[in-house]
Design a protein around this ligand. Structure first.
Ligand code: NAP
Length: 289
């Protein structure tokens, strides 16, 4: 039997619908509601698409949203100063810096500059630390969305072998910690891993965030595995492709995410949840969102 499709778009739409309802009540009964500022540096077309999607989602559900664009030539001190101003601005609850940033802006340092309580992407070392300890807090948006997708399958995490392909700070490492915290036995692979297939083949839950078109083929997947494809890549023809050979892997998996309409919409839904949570934590939302 072919895999069931883990429809991230449908699950995300459902989350957004619920948030919209709550925010409507908030707007009618409170003077303060959440505001997100998304920062874009330069004119990278993919970044523009992602920034606009986030802005649109905010507008649709009732979060105030602003896009701040800076030229690629902005100096590092000026950029940090802009973030500092947003940190101090009480009308702003969430700050998101769209990646990639030009090299001279040192994205790791930038993440540490964003106020912890406004870090709605969950990339500040403090928020990563909370995730490490399994404490409640703002969780990285993409891994949080992946966990929601996995939960929707009804899987019992305890005792499952999970394999994560990729060890980035924004996807691979945080999802690894979340899976560990849920009781999975987790193996993390990277570009130096020898015989990747020997690991992926053992996975009951396989999360792939390598950024390589069709890296995972049917023969690398255990029968009945849940497969989450985080990849958003362009192939040689400029077409969007994931890290998993969807058409063939779906023949062996029990659940699989498509690309697009899998993890991508869940990242946005989690970002909206995080912005509302940030607003609540800052004591700015007086309604019961
Ligand atoms: P990244 O920072 O480039 O990290 C990629 C990771 O994959 C690295 O740890 C790398 O290993 C590993 N890797 C690369 N080739 C490999 C191979 N052949 N075998 C095993 N591991 C390999 O990428 P990222 O930011 O985590 O993103 C990964 C993918 O997810 C990209 O396609 C990105 O566009 C997508 N993404 C999607 C969303 C969404 O919302 N849908 C959000 C974030 C990212 P090394 O560490 O050894 O180099």
């Amino acid at each position: 039997m072919p895999a069931k499709i883990l429809d991230g778009k449908a699950i995300a739409d459902n989350i957004l619908k619920k948030l919209k309802k709550k925010l409507k009540y908030c707007r009618e009964n409170s003077e303060r509601f959440p505001k997100l500022v998304v920062i874009q540096v330069g004119e990278d077309p993919a970044s523009t698409i992602y920034v606009n999607k986030k802005h649109k989602a905010c507008k649709e559900i009732g979060i105030d949203s602003e896009i701040k664009k800076f030229p690629e030539t902005i100096s590092y001190p000026d950029f940090l100063k802009e973030i500092g101003n947003l940190n101090k601005d009480n009308s702003v609850n969430g700050i998101l810096v769209q990646l990639p940033l030009p090299e001279h802006l040192n994205h790791k340092q930038v993440f540490e500059t964003i106020a912890v309580e406004k870090d709605v992407d969950g990339f500040h070392p403090f928020n990563h630390g909370k995730n490490l300890l399994g404490k409640k807090g703002i969780q990285s948006a993409t891994p949080k969305g992946i966990m929601t997708l996995l939960e929707s399958t009804g899987v019992n995490f305890e005792g499952k072998n999970a394999v994560v392909v990729g060890r980035s700070n924004i996807v691979g490492k945080p999802i690894t910690l979340m899976l560990i915290n849920e009781g999975c036995t987790v193996t993390v692979c990277n570009s130096k891993t020898k015989n990747l297939k020997s690991f992926t083949k053992e996975a009951d839950i396989l999360v792939v965030a390598a950024g390589k078109c069709n890296l995972i083929t049917e023969d690398m997947v255990k029968k009945g595995a849940i497969v989450i494809d985080v990849g958003m890549n362009r192939n040689g023809n400029g077409q969007l492709c994931g890290d998993v050979d969807f058409e063939n892997v779906k023949k062996v998996a029990s659940w699989i995410t498509p690309v697009p309409k899998g993890v991508g919409p869940m990242t946005i839904a989690s970002l909206m949840e995080n912005t509302i949570e940030a607003c609540k934590q800052q004591g700015n939302c007086t309604c019961s969102v």
